[in-house]
Design a protein around this ligand. Structure first.
Ligand SMILES: Cc1cc2nc3c(=O)[nH]c(=O)nc-3n(C[C@H](O)[C@H](O)[C@H](O)COP(=O)(O)OP(=O)(O)OC[C@H]3O[C@@H](n4cnc5c(N)ncnc54)[C@H](O)[C@@H]3O)c2cc1C
Length: 551
């Protein structure tokens, strides 16, 4: 790599270039179950640096055909999307500027932490609603490239609905502005006799020629982060061609994001949450469908393992919210703990409502509570519209995975069936079958997720260094994924394909559509320099060979 680093410097690269073992080790993991050590980690200073980097990789491949680059922001990717054996480009160091923010839109660089971005948008009483549960850890660039979603996606949709414009460095090493175009503007682009024109021409032809197959391939669920979002790009009825849509959720396999313009929405004025403790999960599917008739703003949940681990490790929350709030919340947990002593609920559900006034919120929460009457024998309700009181459950929901990762020492989080989505109407049949598979493999799995979307995060705690545990990975994943596909679900609602689900695209979409994904990759990145082995380029052999076996 010395030669590449030297060439990069000679090309005028201004950011850091780090080949130290310590740095390479750090960047050999994201939040997934994989491990791949890069050769070098670089931190571009600005867009010109990203352009120099892409050009240097392209040129370097003549001597070293294995050279490639993977973008990385905060590295919280759970699919293995942010790791690579060649060059890692760290956007979290210098792409950290927040530009103009108004009540309706914001311009921001991809390496900005969501938590910092939100502070600025809230000054304008505005919000970017698809923030993930990792909102305190992740960046907006990661959100765009994973097409992230979270607790508010039930009401507002995912990141794909909030991108007005992107600046992207493509495989020719130049930066382009990408935004929705009308047909006249598209025709003008297509007529350009240059690299950009060629991409527009090829992508338009691919989508227009396969229009019906592409539209039909869109998964029949409210959220999806698998494949390339080809179905959202070209709409014959509106005449709009929006190339941002294929880049959102592409995990940096088609180009690198250097700047983002987001659409924002007004931040909700008042909200309140009904916390439902469910003793028996058999009626969960039916209950979810009932709750959905009330149009909640969010509808989240987590299971008894998550609850008990969160209580056990409660004081670790001080890192997220400070000691003062942690102690306050611990006191507020006492009545809940006393209630829990009468029997641990199997599931805790959080149903949130928004409103223009506190009264409106209370009324919605009250009506919801009444309507859950038929589940009374098996549920306990706690009506709670006090912000701080609610927070202990929201913190458990949002932070449980991170807590497990850092605190459970003898086992490790193994996200490989971590993001399945099944249309809520099928949940009464689907969930018991899912539980059966988890039981069959003896998986100690925490379950949390976005109930209203039928999007479940199942994160087994495993000893992957042990042969017997490792041997469970492939067959249990196969059974769960096949079950999801049987119910016409998606294997990922938010976390994306990366190494873990890329190999499943063919099974999910069929040969024809998967070949369209591969052609899409070829259009943007014919030499496969951007983030290889992910999404349509993934194979299970490669992925499995990089499952972490020491900790
Ligand atoms: C505790 C926990 C909870 C989570 N909960 C959720 C959730 O609720 N919803 C959800 O959607 N996800 C969730 N995730 C996954 C992850 O946090 C999100 O997808 C997040 O948006 C990723 O942001 P990041 O900055 O960490 O991106 P990274 O992990 O750095 O990157 C994510 C992907 O985007 C690519 N990328 C990054 N920057 C760029 C760039 N500038 N140009 C091109 N490609 C780029 C990377 O190559 C990678 O493929 C969770 C993860 C954890 C650890």
């Amino acid at each position: 790599m010395d030669e590449f680093s030297a060439a990069l410097k000679a090309a005028g690269f201004m950011g850091e270039i780090d080949e130290s073992l310590k740095t390479r080790d750090f960047y050999s993991h994201d939040a997934s179950l994989f491990e791949i050590r890069p050769e070098v980690v670089v931190a571009p200073k600005n867009s010109q640096d990203v352009q120099r980097l892409v050009k240097a990789v392209k040129a370097g491949r003549k001597k070293n055909p294995k050279l490639s680059i993977t973008a990385r922001s905060a590295g919280t990717d759970m699919s293995g999307g942010a790791i690579n054996d060649s060059v890692i480009a760290n956007f979290n160091k210098h792409f950290t500027k927040i530009g103009t923010v108004t009540s309706e839109s914001a311009q921001v660089q991809p390496g900005v932490f969501y938590r910092d971005f939100e502070v600025e948008t809230l000054k304008h009483k505005a919000l970017l609603p698809p923030y993930p549960a990792s909102r305190d850890l992740c960046t907006v660039g990661g959100m765009v490239n994973n097409n992230s979603g979270g607790e508010k996606s039930l009401q507002y949709g995912k990141t794909e609905k909030f991108v007005n414009e992107l600046k992207v460095v493509f495989a020719d090493g130049n930066e382009y502005t990408v935004k929705p175009l009308n047909k006249k503007e598209l025709d003008k682009k297509i007529a350009q006799d240059d690299y950009e024109g060629d991409i527009y021409k090829k992508l338009f032809n691919l989508i227009d020629k396969n229009y019906a197959a592409i539209k039909a391939a869109k998964p029949n669920v409210t959220k999806n982060s698998t494949g390339y979002n080809l179905w959202n790009v070209w709409d014959r009825e509106t005449g709009i061609f929006d190339m941002t849509q294929v880049l959102i959720g592409a995990q940096g396999t088609l180009g690198f994001t250097t700047d983002i313009k987001f659409r924002l929405v007004p931040a909700p004025q008042h909200s309140g949450t009904l916390v439902v403790f469910l003793r028996d999960i058999k009626p969960l599917g039916r209950l979810i469908n009932k709750v959905m008739t009330h149009n909640p703003a969010t509808f989240e949940g987590f299971d008894n393992y998550t609850l008990m681990l969160s209580i056990k490790l409660f004081f670790s929350f001080h890192k997220l919210i400070g000691w003062k709030d942690t102690i306050k919340l611990a006191f507020q947990l006492i009545p809940n703990a006393l209630m829990l002593m009468r029997g641990i609920p199997k599931m805790v559900l959080l149903v949130e409502f928004n409103g223009a006034t506190p009264e409106e919120v209370s009324e919605k929460v009250h009506n919801m509570r009444l309507d859950l009457g038929e589940f009374k024998a098996k549920c306990l309700f706690e009506e709670d519209d006090n912000e701080l009181k609610q927070r202990k459950f929201w913190i458990m929901r949002r932070s449980s995975f991170q807590l497990l990762r850092s605190k459970v020492k003898d086992k490790h989080t193994a996200p490989y069936i971590d993001d399945l989505v099944v249309n809520p109407e099928y949940l009464p049949q689907f969930l018991p079958k899912l539980r059966k598979i988890i039981k069959k493999y003896g998986l100690l799995a925490t379950i949390a997720g976005h109930m209203g979307d039928g999007n479940f995060h199942i994160i087994p705690l495993m000893k992957l260094e042990e042969k017997d545990e490792r041997a469970k990975l492939q067959p249990s994943m196969k059974e769960v994924n096949e079950l999801v596909l049987k119910y016409k679900g998606s294997l990922s609602g938010e976390h994306n394909d990366g190494l873990v689900r890329g190999p499943w695209l063919q099974q999910m979409y069929g040969a024809e559509v998967t070949s369209l994904f591969r052609k899409t990759k070829e259009i943007f990145d014919p030499e496969n320099i951007f983030n290889p082995h992910k999404k349509a380029d993934a194979t299970w052999d490669y992925s499995y060979n990089h499952v972490r076996d020491h900790f």
